[in-house]
Each structure stands twice: as C-alpha cells, then as structure tokens.
Design a binder for this molecule. Structure first.
Ligand SMILES: [Zn+2]
Length: 759
C-alpha cells in the first residue's frame, strides 16, 4: 500500500463491535468478556471511538458464515452505511473468522468501503500499515500452524488406534455395532477402545442389500432403498432408508471387512463444505479389520454394476480443477416442491427412445424426490418443458404487462407503497416508538430551559446548584441519545426507500428478460429464484406458484422481511414426515460471468440458495398463480377417429378384421399406439363393432391355481409355447410367470431359446 495514509487515531471514529461465542477450548471468552476486553483496551489506549452498534452470534461454530446471522446483518449494515463504521472491532481475529475467504472479505471491505477489522489483542493495530500487515501475517501464520499441529495430533491418535485394531471413533457403520474391549483414562476423560462386531439385526439387512443388488443389476440405489422401505420384515426403527445411504453402503469396503480410513477430508471453500480425496499415502487400508458381512467377490461385482450404470448415464468427470458449486440442466431446479411432503421435485428423464416414425425423443418430468423411494404418495408428474414455458409466461405476464413497453411497469407504485407501509409498521414496532421519544425530548428541553433560568440565579444554594447541574448534564446526554436514535431511524427509512428505485428495478427486469431469452439454465435459475418463492405441485394436479413482487430488489428483504417472531411461527416444527427446505448446493457462477460481475452473481447465488429468503414477508407481497397440469394428450387420443375410420374402411373392403401391424405401418406408429387409438375411439362410439383386441385371457399373476399348473408343466419339461396354448394365454405371459417363479426360488431363469426348438 504505497499511498496509504493511516488514520489519525485520536479522532472519534465510528465503530461497530462483533462478538462471537466459540467452541475453542483454549480461548473460552464469552461475548460479554470479549466486550469487556474491547472496552478495556480502548480505554488503555485512550481511543475516543464511538460504538454505534454491537453484533453478537451465540452459535458455537464460526466456520460457516451462513450460521452467523448477526455477522451477515453487520456486513449489510456497514456496507450500506445504515450503521456508520470506520472500524469493526473484535477481541481476536478468530472472532471475525480466519479462513482464506474471510481474508479476502477483509480486504474487500477495506478496498471497497474503507472499513478495517481491528483486533483488541493487537491493540487495534491498523492492518493496512506495514507494521500492522506484518503483525497480521505473523498472527495468521501462527494460528494456521497451530491448527495444523492440533489436527495432526488427532490424526496420529486415530492412526495408532487403528493399528491396534480398534475402531477409530465416531458411530459404527450400519450393520455393525461397537464392542468395548478396554477403557483407558486419559486426562479427565475415559478413552474407549472398541472392536467392530456384527449387529444382530442390521448386519442381515446390509447383506440382503448386496445380494439384491448383485441379482438385479438394473436396480439402482433408489430402487434398492424403495425395496427396503417396503419390506414388512424390517422394523420401522431403521426406516426410512434413503437412496444416498444405500449408495454409500454399496461402495464401502468395511462390509468386506476392510477398513479404509481418511480417504476424504473436509475443507471449507467459499463458505461451502467440500469433500476432498486425500493423497494415497495418507489413506490407511487395513484388510481383515473386522468380520466381513459380504464376500469380496460379490462386493466387487456390485461395484462393477454400479460403475456400468454410471457410465450409462454418461456423467462427465469434473477434471482436476476443484469445482465449487454446480451447474443446472433445468432452470426450475430447486423451485418446484411436492405439495404432499414438501420435498423438492426433481427432474427425472426417461431414457431416450426412437418413435416408430424415427424421431428421437426424451421426456423429462418433475417428480417428488421421495416418491422414488416410496416415502411419499404424491405421484404427480409434471412435464419439464411444459412447466418451464408456463412459468416463464406467467412471470412475464406479471412483470412485464403488455401495455407497458417502456418506462415503469404499472405495479411499481404498488410496490413502493407496500415497502413504505411495511417499513412504517416495523419501525413503530421495533424501536421505541417515535412519538414517545419526541415527547420525552420536548419535556427534557422544557426542563433544561427551567434549569438554565434557575442556574442564572446567583443566589442559588451551592448544593442545589450542584444537583441541578448534574441533572442538566444527564438530560443533555439523553437528548443527544434520542436525537441520534431518531436520526438513525430517518436514515434507515431514506435508505430503504432509495433501494426500491424504479429505474434500478427496471434495469434489473430488462436483465431478467435478457437472461430468459438465452439458453443458460443456471443463470436463468439464479434470476428466477429471485422472483419465484415456490412452485408447489399437488397430487391432484394443481400447481400453485408464488412470485414475490419485490424480487427485483432483494436488498429490501433484509430490512422488511426479517421479523424473527413471524419466522419462528412459520418454521415451527410440522409433521414429522414433512421435509423442511434445505439450503441448496452452491451454484457455480465462475463460468457465467467474469470480474466484477462474478462477485455480484455470487451474492445473488448466496441469496437465492437460502430457503428462508422470503421468510416473514406478508402475503400481499406475493402474486399467487394457480394452474393445472394439462390432461395428458397423445397421438392415439388425437387421432383415434382417423384410425377407426381407416380400420372400418379396410374391414368393409376385405371382409375381415384388418391387421393392426399393417395399420401401424400405415400410420407410422407402433402397434400398441394403434390399439390404444382404437380403444379411445371405441369409448367414444360405445359400440362393440371393433373387436380389435384379443379376447381377454386368464389372469395369471396372483392366481395361485394357474401358477401352480404352469410350474408343474414347466418342471415336467413342457415348452413355454405349449404351456401357453394349454392355459389359453400368450407365450410372453408364461415367460413372465416363470421369471417370477425363478425369482422366488432365488435362481436365474434359464434362457428359453436354449430349449425352444428341441423337439
Ligand atoms: Zn412428496
């Protein structure tokens, strides 16, 4: 910093204080103690700084910024200037936070807003002077080295345990339990050494999952989880099973008896917890660590199947770059929610298929993430393309009405009024009410006039004079205090009114319109999430979309939306089966923009992934749109009468029932599509002139008697086609029945082709 001129520290600079509870055992000062230390250091150094606000976070961990609400409030306050601050004072730099991102944040605060973070334990040395910089560097270095040493000691302890054959700590994996072998007092606590042994119930469940998976290579972790959840022989205490959990088991070598430890470590990058693979030489592998639950061969086979499935889905590897955040393929990701259980509805694609006419098609629908695993009853499917188009159309209707091609949208005045009245309301509730303050002030002013008259009287008794003088002084203090309170309210009010700035809103809307016309789902998702609170899909096909009128000015939500009491009421625990929205995974913004744009987008990304971003906002700040999932229409329905017409035509020409295969060829559709079209047509006509389907055959599935008969004939060597004609059904029904039979026997069904042409 070549041209940097340090502040004159003897001036009454505006400061704010930040206090934070910490879980650090070595440095256990409470926020109140931290505050005292700051007071004491300010006095000792004779610094006449004025504390405008004190922020405190009671949460124990400081690693994630988003878990520190007051910290974020402080940043918003000082950046916007609502609370004037030249310095942010903390006890030690740990209170502010220490990872690399926060270093960057400190630098940005200084460069952009001229605000420095000063620490009491360094006598508030200015970090921007050379001395300060060196001190800060050293301090940072010391703390990092310190935490490395600590981490190293913990790891060494665990490694020693593993070498002795003991479980290194934490919960036992599913299927196992801990058997304490010996205990050892260490300091004031008791260290337990445990072996991993089979849990009498869950070990069998874990084994069954591997067996099911190896016999059914097409079942993914979702299907396996569903299978577990539906099993009546598994006690409810272990349910529900989630797809991710099952997936984790299937690739965890502990089930073969091998312990693989420290494969991953966690780190915080960009305020997000990430998992990183450790270098191979740090990973410990201990074969025969415990009794295996599944044979190695089966485990490997399951792994191969999983790998094959993964390659099928052609997930591209992210390369060696540390990828922060994710990109979206569908722009409504995270916004569509299940009306039954509250879980997110996820895009689910059919695999690509080719129609009889030769077009390649692929349908993507949103379905409830929990209905996959049988945990939710909502079976609604919403076509992705239809929903996207409908939502954008509604949003355009709301935000850019047709009659306003230029200038302000007509709802602008409504929004400004809404914000103003909400502000007036929260202000009158939040702070000591304004009229009372004004009244107190005018009373004080009257008193001081009276006192000054008395003081002017030279004959006033000395004791009385002293009393009046001290009252006078405290009254003046109080007047100054009230004045600054009122000023603060005024400036807050002004600031927020400025935030809802019509030209700013208009330019943001133009940007939204611009983004929506481009083909970039991630960016569209960011922008849409600023406006759309949720799109809730009910089982009956009803869709309710809530759009926030203030979406274009998210800053206003900070002051208007946050009403703690209301939020409590909203987020109070609901039904146990309801899913509370979670913060979404960080969205990758690097590739979307560069330079300054990037940090702006990152702020938006931070905002829109917060599930509480609209919490506490009154209902009249939202537009509510309702629409229905369109009834499924399809080729066979739309062309039913045409197919029937042709069918009857051919019938009268040839005098016999036309072949459906020929019809299918003629229309360029598949045979089932033609049959379905004829079904629809027949419904409309309600005549049984067209017997295009084969007479209904015997019901086999669940019909014990028939299944028995099939089994007998099969075991006696009767061919499938002969069994079919004997029973009076199709050969494929017999194949299906035999497949079920072999599944019950736990065997693979022999290929029918091997025996079909024997006779
Ligand atoms: Zn659901």
């Amino acid at each position: 910093m070549a041209n940097y001129r340090p502040d004159d520290r003897s001036k009454p600079w505006d400061v704010v204080r930040y206090l934070r509870m910490s879980g650090d055992q070595q440095n256990k000062r409470s926020p109140d103690q931290q505050n005292d230390v700051i007071d004491e250091r300010l006095q000792r150094s004779n610094l006449p700084w004025v504390t405008n606000q004190t922020y405190r976070d009671e949460a124990k961990t400081g690693r994630m910024l988003r878990n520190r609400p007051d910290f974020n409030r402080m940043l918003a306050d000082v950046k916007s200037g609502i609370i004037p601050a030249r310095y942010i004072l903390v006890d030690t730099i740990e209170r502010f936070g220490r990872n690399e991102d926060l270093d960057e944040l400190r630098r940005r605060l200084f460069r952009k807003y001229g605000i420095s973070v000063l620490c009491a334990d360094q006598d508030f040395a200015d970090p921007n002077t050379q001395n300060g910089e060196a001190a800060a560097l050293l301090e940072n270095f010391r703390a990092r080295a310190d935490s490395r040493v600590k981490r190293h000691n913990v790891i060494r302890g665990k490694r020693d345990k593993i070498r002795l054959g003991f479980w290194p700590g934490s919960k036992a994996p599913f299927g196992f339990s801990l058997h304490v072998v010996r205990t050892e007092p260490r300091g004031d606590r008791l260290v337990r050494h445990s072996h991993l042994i089979h849990h009498e119930v869950t070990a069998a469940i874990a084994r069954s999952v591997f067996m099911k998976s190896v016999r059914n290579p097409s079942m993914g972790q979702g299907a396996l989880a569903m299978w577990l959840n539906e099993r009546a022989d598994i006690s409810d205490e272990f349910k529900p099973f989630h797809a991710d959990t099952v997936g984790r088991w299937l690739c965890s070598p502990i089930y073969t008896g091998e312990l693989v430890w420290a494969e991953y470590s966690t780190d915080i990058v960009d305020d997000m917890r990430i998992l990183e693979r450790n270098p191979d030489d740090e990973v410990m592998r201990v074969p025969n660590f415990c009794e295996p639950i599944i044979e190695k061969a089966i485990f490997d086979q399951v792994g191969q199947f999983r790998e094959a499935r993964r390659t099928n889905r052609s997930i591209t590897e992210a390369g060696t770059r540390r990828q922060v955040g994710m990109t979206y393929n569908y722009m409504l990701t995270g916004l569509v929610r299940c009306g039954t259980c509250g879980a997110s509805m996820v895009p689910n694609g059919s695999s690509a298929y080719v129609t009889a006419a030769g077009e390649e098609r692929r349908y993507v629908s949103y379905i409830c993430a929990k209905s996959y695993t049988g945990l939710c009853t909502n079976k609604a499917h919403v076509k992705e393309d239809w929903l996207r188009e409908t939502v954008i159309e509604k949003l355009r209707e709301r935000l850019f009405p047709v009659d306003s091609n230029e200038g302000e949208p007509p709802w602008m005045t409504e929004i400004v009024d809404l914000v103003k009245s909400e502000l007036a309301r929260t202000h009158s509730e939040r702070d000591v009410s304004r009229p009372a303050l004004a009244r107190e002030m005018s009373q004080l002013e009257e008193q001081t006039v009276g006192w000054s008259v008395s003081l002017a009287n030279s004959g006033l008794a000395a004791r009385l004079r002293q009393k009046i003088e001290s009252d006078y002084a405290s009254a003046l203090d109080r007047i100054a205090e009230i004045q600054s309170l009122l000023n603060r309210q005024d400036s807050e009010f002004r600031q927020v009114s400025e935030i809802v700035n019509p030209s700013e809103v208009t330019s943001r809307l133009n940007r939204l319109s611009d983004v929506l016309s481009k083909d970039c789902p991630t960016l569209c998702n960011l922008m849409l999430s600023m406006h759309i609170e949720s799109i809730v899909v009910s089982d009956d096909g009803q869709i309710v979309m809530r759009t926030c009128k203030l979406g274009s000015c998210p800053e206003s939500m900070h002051w208007c939306g946050e009403n703690e009491a209301e939020r409590e009421a909203i987020t109070s625990p609901k039904d146990r089966h309801c899913t509370q929205p979670r913060r979404r995974v960080r969205i990758a913004t690097e590739d979307l923009a560069s330079g300054n744009e990037d940090s702006h987008l990152r702020e938006i990304a931070e905002h829109v992934t917060n599930p509480d971003r609209f919490a506490g906002m009154p209902d009249d700040w939202f537009w509510t749109d309702r629409f229905l999932i369109p009834e499924k229409s399809c080729w066979s329905k739309d062309n039913a009468s045409a197919v029937l017409k042709r069918y009857l035509e051919l019938q009268s020409k040839t005098g016999k029932k036309p072949s459906c295969n020929a019809l299918a060829k003629e229309f360029g559709k598949s045979r089932p599509t033609i049959l379905q079209a004829l079904d629809y047509a027949q419904c409309d006509h309600d005549e049984s002139t067209t017997k295009h389907r084969r007479a209904s055959t015997v019901k086999i599935k669940g019909n014990v008697e028939v299944e028995r008969r099939i089994e007998e004939m099969h075991d006696a060597g009767v061919l499938e086609k002969d069994i079919a004609s004997e029973i009076g059904t199709s050969r494929s029904s017999i194949t299906a029945a035999l497949k079920r039979l072999y599944d019950q026997r736990g065997l693979q069904k022999p290929d029918g082709r091997a025996t079909r042409h024997q006779d």
